[in-house]
Design a protein around this ligand. Structure first.
Ligand SMILES: C[S@@+](CC[C@H](N)C(=O)[O-])C[C@H]1O[C@@H](n2cnc3c(N)ncnc32)[C@H](O)[C@@H]1O
Length: 250
């Protein structure tokens, strides 16, 4: 009983950490409503800021990609109960984001700064749409599974947990990685782009381009031909303007 309560509490804590990390990131990149935005913090030599920021992004990238691999999950569920494996991943990812935002060093030179009000409004709207696409997409493939809550609730009820499995709802019929498309849009759509923000957007986009290849490798391995067919029909990031005819089996 105590273990179950602890598991639910831990899952709730991890989910709260995720919510705090994503909401702070939104304010951080918009330089608004948070104490420290992407253009705030300790100033110093540019080379040092680039080195520190790249290191912080690297910590997140390694943590996030290594801990998401099936071989890693198989190994560490020998020590961590399976029911809280996802919550632990979510908690550590949120802490890595927290470290990144806390220790981020600004590079405040302007890359672009839009004056026209209509264009500023348009860019903020696109940015908001990016975050919206991201959140919606998490619900399309199982928001509460993705962030570990269903796993701990199943444990609390002593029920078996079944993963929601591979799905192709709505946006997943348009592109294979709508969550990542949402991130990319939100990272780049800003009326005021500084060198620091550009570094963040460029490095994070580069990471996404690599990370989805690892994810697809795992999906190909676990799903086989159905994923190959999906990949032939649905592009990674940029929607097709014309449908691809399904190949006739020989
Ligand atoms: C952070 S989500 C990102 C999903 C996807 N790359 C995206 O950008 O929307 C990563 C998890 O989603 C799972 N996933 C990816 N595509 C999926 C789909 N179409 N249906 C269900 N799960 C999916 C992966 O197996 C992985 O565990």
């Amino acid at each position: 009983m105590i273990r179950r309560t602890l598991a639910v509490g831990y899952g709730a804590l991890a989910y709260a950490a995720f919510l705090a990390a994503i909401m702070y990131t939104i304010g951080f990149l918009a330089n608004t409503l948070v104490p420290k935005g992407v253009d705030d913090g300790v100033t110093g030599p540019a080379w040092l800021a680039v080195a520190v920021d790249a290191g912080l992004l690297g910590v997140f990238a390694v943590q996030h990609s290594v801990m998401a691999r099936p071989w890693f999950k198989r190994w560490w569920t020998r020590f961590v109960p399976a029911a809280v494996e996802r919550s632990t991943f979510v908690l550590l990812s949120s802490l890595a984001v927290g470290l990144l935002l806390w220790q981020w060093r600004p590079l405040t030179a302007d890359v672009w700064s839009v004056e026209a009000v209509w264009l500023r409004v348009l860019l903020w709207t696109v940015c908001g749409l990016g975050w919206g696409v991201l959140v919606l997409s998490t619900f399309l493939i199982g928001h509460f599974d993705l962030f570990g809550l269903r796993q701990v609730l199943a444990r609390a009820r002593d029920a078996d947990y079944a993963e929601p499995g591979f799905r192709q709802p709505l946006l997943y019929r348009v592109v294979r990685h709508p969550i990542m498309v949402g991130f990319i849009i939100a990272f780049w759509a800003t009326p005021d782009m500084t060198v620091g923000h550009l570094l963040f957007a460029g490095a994070a986009t580069g990471y996404i381009l690599i990370a989805v290849r690892f994810e697809e490798h795992d999906l190909r391995k676990s799903l086989g031909e159905p994923y190959e067919r999906y990949a032939r029909q649905v592009p990674r990031f940029i929607p097709r303007t014309r449908a691809v005819p399904e190949q006739v089996e020989a």
